[in-house]
Write a new protein. Structure first.
Length: 566
């Protein structure tokens, strides 16, 4: 709709510009006709007034053309210039009328062109005002220059012209008003979601791009909130889609009531809603999101007792430009990542975007910063091929952090472990989607391809000096304590310590998550499996430490394990 409106304004501007040029040409013809005369009977000489008028007209044409070409055609500054421009036309026409006989002039009709132009440009109110001014000028000329006449036929004739001025301005202005209202209604229908009365997906992206450019130019932040209704499919299945629609309407109303005039709420799709916050930082966005979350949680929805937590709740993700994203696409992606984090952190919460790669950027050498962005892109590509991978990586990073604390690792080793956890599956970029998502057992050839991903991942980063400490974790995270792992069949303490740590958390998450080929285990079943495989697949001391971590954080771990089904 924005592009349509811009196209419409451009076409109107072209009509107005052509109309102005016609007025100028008429004025020029009249001036040339009445002022061109020889000096001292010399046919080769021209009246000075003629030259001055010619120069003035061409300057005016040039100036109007510049105004027409300006892209900021609808700013307040340009509007004031246009107002002044119209009154200059009135003054020039007034001068022409006086110079060509005043009340006897045949050129009073030029005012009609100016009135038409102004009404198209600024609407009925301005057009009628200008028509009244032009009418007053004509009638005053008649009264002043023909006051000696007993019957002022010029005044009587000009009353008809005055009526024509007003009758032109009023219906033309009224038509413009109706057209604007129609376009406004059409824009509403095009840009607004009929159910929630929030702006729709299309408007969201148009407005986000516009606000991003504006905030970037003004060096101000732009925050984005994305929220998703928890267990909404379950609510629809149990209560019906009509009640689900009512929930969406109520949440839409809560959003509108919670926002100020410059903040924009949109329905992103399905049960996902977004809020664009121009000139607002992350802290403001988090506070607003938490306030909205609480209001939704406190509202008494019909049928909410059927929900797993007996309430209708939302999970919310927040991100901010330019701190967490370089463009509008990254802003949406990072806010969506934060939403996903809120989902697998037991839902009904607000999460701000965070990635371990942001920490890695601070630690890595300057010349390799671009590589981190590339790695992030590769992780996104893997996620598109295998949706399990993103959530798996995020959970493994969380598990690694907790286990690193339990093992009393140094700060340096904690960071290396977290970075390795984030990138341990990066080698899957070379594996086809069919193999990654195959529901049947893999063939021997397919299994051999899958087993190449540790080596592929290590090779991808081996040229980066700053990432060399992570290579052993990526390369050996599928080695087994009994020597039956891959790619090199290392045994016991031959396997680097941090690789043994990652093997435990990586395997635990794999067994407690749904995969095409594997039914997930509960946390309790995962603990049993860790104990059973100690000293064979896992370093027994590390496995025992992780079991203690699970038991200390049992509720959180169980929610994280189920999060792959959100």
């Amino acid at each position: 709709m924005n592009s349509f409106e811009e196209h419409r304004k451009k076409k109107i501007s072209e009509i107005i510009a052509i109309n102005k040029l016609i007025i100028i040409l008429l004025c020029g013809i009249i001036i040339f006709t009445n002022t061109s005369c020889p000096i001292n009977n010399n046919p080769n000489s021209v009246n000075l007034l003629y030259i001055l008028c010619l120069a003035f007209i061409f300057l005016l044409i040039y100036w109007i053309w510049i105004m027409f070409c300006l892209r900021e055609y609808n700013t307040e500054k340009i509007k004031w210039i246009q107002y002044i421009e119209n009154y200059i036309f009135v003054a020039v026409t007034f001068g022409i009328i006086i110079a060509t006989g005043a009340n006897k002039s045949n050129y009073k009709f030029i005012f009609l062109f100016i009135i038409i132009n102004s009404t198209i440009q600024f609407g009925m109110k301005y057009g009628i005002t200008l028509a009244c001014i032009c009418s007053a000028i004509l009638l005053c000329i008649d009264l002043v220059y023909a006051r000696s006449l007993i019957i002022n036929k010029y005044f009587e004739n000009d009353l008809i012209l005055v009526g024509l001025f007003l009758l032109t301005a009023w219906p033309l202005g009224y038509y413009r008003k109706i057209e604007n209202e129609y376009i406004k209604d059409l824009a509403y229908l095009v840009n607004v979601d009929g159910l929630t009365e929030l702006y729709n997906h299309r408007f969201f992206y148009d407005n986000l791009k516009m606000n991003k450019e504006k905030c970037e130019n003004e060096n101000k932040p732009l925050s984005l909130i994305i929220m998703d209704i928890d267990y909404f499919k379950s609510y629809n299945d149990l209560n019906g889609h009509q009640m689900g629609d009512e929930v969406l309407k109520i949440i839409g109303r809560i959003l509108k009531e919670s926002l100020s005039d410059d903040e924009i709420a949109c329905r992103y799709g399905g049960e996902e809603l977004t809020i664009i916050l121009p000139n607002k930082d992350e802290e403001y966005a988090l506070n607003l999101a938490e306030n909205i979350r609480k209001r939704i949680e406190m509202y008494k929805f019909k049928g909410e007792e059927s929900q797993p937590n007996k309430k209708i709740t939302v999970s919310i993700g927040v991100s901010t430009f330019p701190d967490k994203a370089k463009n509008e696409n990254e802003l949406v992606s990072s806010a969506d990542d934060a939403l996903y984090r809120a989902k697998f952190f037991n839902k009904n919460r607000v999460e701000c975007y965070y990635s371990v790669l942001e920490e890695l950027k601070r630690d890595i050498e300057e010349e390799h910063i671009d590589l981190i962005t590339s790695i992030k892109t590769l992780i996104s590509v893997i996620n598109a091929k295998d949706r399990y991978t993103y959530a798996h990586v995020e959970r493994v990073v969380i598990y690694s952090k907790l286990l690193g604390n339990k093992l009393n690792l140094s700060e340096v080793d904690k960071k290396i472990l977290m970075y390795g956890a984030y990138m341990h599956d990066i080698g899957k970029i070379n594996i086809s989607k069919e193999i990654l998502n195959k529901r049947m057992p893999l063939s021997v050839d397919e299994w051999n391809i899958l087993k190449m991903h540790p080596k592929n991942g290590a090779e991808m980063i081996e040229s980066v000096e700053s990432l060399k400490s992570i290579i052993p974790i990526i390369l050996y995270h599928h080695e087994r304590y009994d020597g039956k792992g891959y790619p090199e069949g290392l045994k016991g303490e031959e396997i680097p310590y941090l690789s043994r740590v990652l093997t435990v958390v990586d395997s635990f998450d794999a067994m407690t998550s749904n995969r095409p080929y594997n039914k997930r285990k509960s946390c309790a079943e995962g603990i049993i499996e860790l104990k059973r495989c100690s000293s064979t697949q896992f370093d027994p001391k590390i496995a025992q430490a992780f079991i203690e971590v699970i038991e200390e954080n049992y509720g959180k771990f169980d929610n994280l394990a189920v999060s792959n089904n959100i």
